[in-house]
Design a protein around this ligand. Structure first.
Ligand code: HPA
Length: 270
């Protein structure tokens, strides 16, 4: 695995001569951020050795290398999911690559179903913590000691300092944000009413199909992480209605300008 990761890193170094400060995973709701990057190089995933190719509509796969908010960043437009059939080591390979290129901070976004009774469709939730229930753990198997320890501290998965900064930024920009715990399930089904209730009973505020594995791998390498989620549908009792991927994309798109503002300011100021 380390050989594969290093091969990808070496390939990207031949295309881009900078050291990124931030790795950014543009999930639903943040894809448009790519338009704001002062781009040095854009590379489709299929041209990057060892990158899986994203198969989900609305998650087009390109890597953006450039500058945002005065900082060098490496941004993924489109991510990989467990439900696409990839091994978790491949789902999280880009995070390894970001760190080995020099990024010591990771920003992730996603769309999710809100189970907190106060959440509304279109809300933005700053992620304070997660519960990972995707069945294959990304650190399963022989540890790569060169990248991080066998047993990983997870006492502060999402940086409290970055969270505080993001809250201040949202306040200054007059953007309402929620805060809460994200629970990751494997998908690809959205949850049944009973499953949404389970998510709530387990202590989470929202549920989705990504992010937690990427943050686990980032913490393995001691990266500082920040995550935010757009609530695209509701799972609170009595609020569950029919939902489609298209509706998720639509709601996420509406929240995009606010998500982009928060993340751009955070990158600039943190
Ligand atoms: N559940 C899981 N993943 C999701 C949801 C949801 O309700 N909404 C957007 N992604």
């Amino acid at each position: 695995m380390l050989k594969k990761i290093k091969e990808t890193v070496e390939f990207l170094k031949t295309k881009w001569d900078f050291t990124p400060e931030y790795g950014v995973i543009l999930g639903s709701g943040l894809g448009e951020l790519a338009e704001d990057i002062d781009v040095d190089v854009v590379i489709p995933y299929e041209d990057i050795p060892n990158f899986p190719v994203s198969t989900v509509e609305g998650h087009s796969g390109k890597l953006y290398l450039g500058t945002l908010g005065g900082k060098k960043i490496i941004a993924m437009k489109g991510r990989f999911h467990y439900y696409e059939g990839y091994a978790m080591k491949d789902v999280t390979l880009p995070v390894r690559v970001m760190k080995l290129l020099g990024a010591d901070k990771l920003i992730v976004s996603n769309a999710s179903g809100g189970v907190h009774p106060d959440f509304e469709i279109g809300d933005i939730m700053l992620i304070t913590d997660h519960i990972n229930m995707i069945p294959e753990h990304p650190l399963n198997g022989q540890n790569i000691d060169e990248l991080g320890p066998r047993f990983v501290d997870m006492s502060e998965p999402y940086s409290l300092k970055m969270l505080a900064k993001a809250k201040q930024i949202a306040k200054d920009l007059n953007i309402k944000v929620q805060e809460g715990i994200y629970l990751a399930l494997q998908g690809p089904t959205f949850e049944t009413p009973a499953e949404y209730k389970m998510v709530s009973l387990l202590g989470a505020d929202t549920v989705g199909m990504s992010t937690a594995p990427e943050v686990i791998v980032a913490k393995h390498m001691n990266m500082t992480c920040f995550g935010l989620s757009v609530i695209t549908d509701l799972g609170a009792e009595g609020k569950v209605v029919e939902i489609s991927h298209e509706e998720v994309q639509e709601v996420a798109a509406k929240a995009t300008p606010k998500m982009v503002s928060i993340v751009t300011e955070l990158i600039k100021l943190y």
